[in-house]
Design a protein around this ligand. Structure first.
Ligand code: ADP
Ligand code: MG
Length: 616
């Protein structure tokens, strides 16, 4: 335990004050929002100009980074020095980043070490997504401090439900860089549900439909006893409100092919189209012009017609996610609308039609996630330290003999959670044990994702199966894992915080969930086969060792028949016929019974010669 030492002159009172409050942050792909809650009334905190939405855009020129609207303005002038949508790269390796949709002209491809964190070339500097996120978080922290007139050190930050360990850790690292202590990371759909107070409502399954600037996410949450469990997620990481802008600009360009759109003019067109689109969410008629072209009327009807294929795509994804979760729209207790683009009446109408009910949408859809985060932050500062809210998205386990995975913490376990399991050694005299931590739903190591590997050394040499090694998995409230191993007789202890250098992609996560549903039966079969093989190998190994030590207890004939049975079993080990292996193992076991009996007798006889301590 480390002692904490305060700075000599720090005022305790001041510390108490700043520790008493915590903010909620929605660190979005397009926009970020900071909010604060008092007496369970959360509100978004505005900047000096009264704006609550901070574009998640950072420009790196000379001097301090420029964040938000001002950075957006710089996109036209110095595009190479402005970073947008970097959230998509959080926790990704440089190899993975190449496959992520979206235009990242800045990615530095690193052929030598594709497994390291992706880096971006921005002007003359190199930045990681973590640093970019830190610059956004620092801006939000400052904005909150000005609005609250108080220093702020703690925050609840939201992340997409599909964010894996690496992406969550990257978010925490960014917060630390920005001088914020993360009280908890919570899932975005969970935060939205909290903002609507669903945690105090009726238990059941809720759908959170989130259409942001560049991403679509649908999450199904099950609420039980105030805890949300993510049942399923679906989405498209390259589908959002900005795509509507693109479609409409291209439509107009098609109508006026004489207008030449340079990349810079195209960007400008997108920006004005975005305003027109947002205007048409509450007006029927608008005007719009291609840069340098003449003004065209644009009515809501035309906008909706152009947007329909895109909206239908989101509904198709909703349908698929329900199918994956074995649910129908009728099973959904409530629907929450999140993301600026859900302001479009077309989208609201289509969601109502699909789910057959009115969604919750009276809160600002682009602020609702931050509001939920602020509520959670307030609850946590009120001492509700063990407030259960989220669950583990995928099972966590260990590799055991034969490449099998033993699950220690199952998927959907409410967090924070700690689980231990006792393991033992496989071989006589084994002094080290490889601890391989895996994440996934499948039974075989090869089908799960490797998170970390370490070796517990210093196990005292004992016969196989005598050592008692307790392995503990601890998932903290942010979903981050620590694994420790202790050998009980000697108290040898080793511990690792599992920090993978790169992570699962969103598609991987969804694929794992889907595969799990399909592969169950096949997996159990191969698990049984491997378990049988491991046991057979163990038996063979034990017999070999026993023959070495006590072979003199056998007659030549006995030794021969034993060796024959051993060989017969050994031959079957490469087979996939589990029944045949079991049969031969049984034969071998029965043949070796007399040998075992004689060995026990010898052992007992030897032990009898050793004086017992009490007799001394
Ligand atoms: P993200 O979650 O990706 O950070 P937001 O939730 O802030 O993003 O959504 C941004 C998107 O919402 C943009 O495409 C923006 O044009 C769109 N949007 C915001 N307000 C409206 C509106 N009134 N009507 C239609 N779309 C809107
Ligand atoms: Mg969002």
């Amino acid at each position: 335990m480390l002692l904490q030492i305060t700075e000599p002159n720090s005022s305790l009172v001041q510390e108490k004050l700043s520790q008493a409050l915590a903010i909620g942050i929605d660190l979005g792909t397009t926009n970020s929002v900071v909010a604060f809650s008092e007496n369970q009334r959360p509100k978004a905190l505005a900047d000096a100009l009264g704006e609550c939405l901070v574009p998640s855009v950072v420009a790196y020129l000379e001097g301090a980074p420029i964040v938000g609207e001002k950075a957006v303005d710089l996109v036209d002038e110095v595009p190479d020095q402005v970073v947008t949508s970097s959230k998509r790269l959080m926790g990704r390796s440089s190899a993975e980043a190449q496959n992520i949709s979206g235009k990242f002209t800045h990615i530095i491809s690193d052929q030598q070490s594709p497994d390291t964190m992706v880096r971006l070339k921005v002007g003359n500097e190199v930045k990681t997504p973590v640093e970019v996120a830190a610059d956004i978080l620092r801006t939000l922290k400052n904005q909150a401090e000005s609005a609250l007139n108080q220093s702020v050190e703690r925050a609840v930050i939201t992340v997409p439900a599909y964010f894996d360990e690496a992406a969550r850790q990257a978010t925490k690292d960014a917060a630390a860089l920005a001088g914020l202590k993360v009280l908890r990371l919570i899932n975005e759909p969970t935060a939205a549900a909290l903002a609507y107070g669903l945690n105090q409502g009726i238990e059941g399954v809720y759908a959170v439909y989130d259409l942001g600037g560049g991403t679509f996410d649908i999450s199904l949450l099950r609420l039980t006893k105030g805890v949300f469990q993510v049942l399923a997620t679906g989405g498209d990481a390259a589908l959002g409100g900005d795509d509507i802008d693109r479609l409409v600009v291209e439509y107009f360009h098609h109508l006026s092919p004489e207008v030449t759109l340079t990349p810079a003019l195209y960007k400008q067109a997108l920006k004005t189209m975005r305003f027109t689109k947002e205007y048409l969410s509450h007006q029927d008629q608008g005007m719009w012009a291609l840069p340098g072209g003449k003004e065209h009327p644009l009515d809501r009807f035309t906008l909706e017609q152009l947007s329909t294929p895109l909206v239908e795509k989101t509904i198709d994804i909703c349908r698929q996610v329900l199918i994956d979760a074995h649910l129908t729209p009728k099973d959904i207790k409530g629907v929450v609308l999140v993301g600026g683009a859900t302001r479009m009446p077309l989208i609201q109408g289509r969601v109502i039609e699909f789910f057959g009910q009115d969604p919750l949408m009276n809160l600002d859809p682009d602020k609702v996630v931050a509001l939920g985060a602020a509520l959670q932050a307030e609850a946590l500062t009120k001492g509700a330290e063990t407030l259960l809210l989220d669950v583990t998205p995928l099972s966590l386990g260990l590799e055991t003999m034969g490449g099998l995975v033993e699950k220690i913490i199952h998927r959907n376990t409410p967090i924070p959670a700690t689980f231990s399991q006792e393991f033992t050694t496989y071989q006589d005299g084994q002094t080290a044990m490889k601890i391989h931590v895996l994440q996934g739903e499948r039974e075989l190591v090869d089908h799960c994702r490797s998170l970390a590997e370490f070796t517990l050394t210093g196990i005292p040499p004992m016969v196989a199966g005598a050592a008692r090694i307790v392995i503990t998995f601890m998932v903290d409230s942010d979903g981050l894992l620590t694994v420790s191993a202790t050998e009980k007789t000697t108290n040898t202890h080793q511990e690792v915080a599992v920090k993978p250098s790169y992570g699962l992609t969103e598609e991987d996560y969804r694929r794992i969930l889907a595969e799990n549903a399909n592969q169950g039966a096949a997996d159990i079969k191969s698990r049984l086969l491997i378990e049988t093989k491991v046991k057979a190998q163990q038996l063979l190994h034990q017999l070999e060792e026993a023959i070495k030590v006590d072979g003199d207890l056998l007659t030549t004939v006995e030794l021969e028949s034993l060796a024959k049975a051993m060989e017969a079993l050994e031959q079957r080990l490469t087979d996939t016929d589990q029944v045949a292996i079991v049969e031969r193992k049984k034969t071998l076991e029965s043949i070796s019974v007399p040998f075992a009996t004689r060995r026990v007798k010898r052992l007992v006889g030897e032990a009898a010669n050793v004086p017992l301590p009490s007799e001394k």
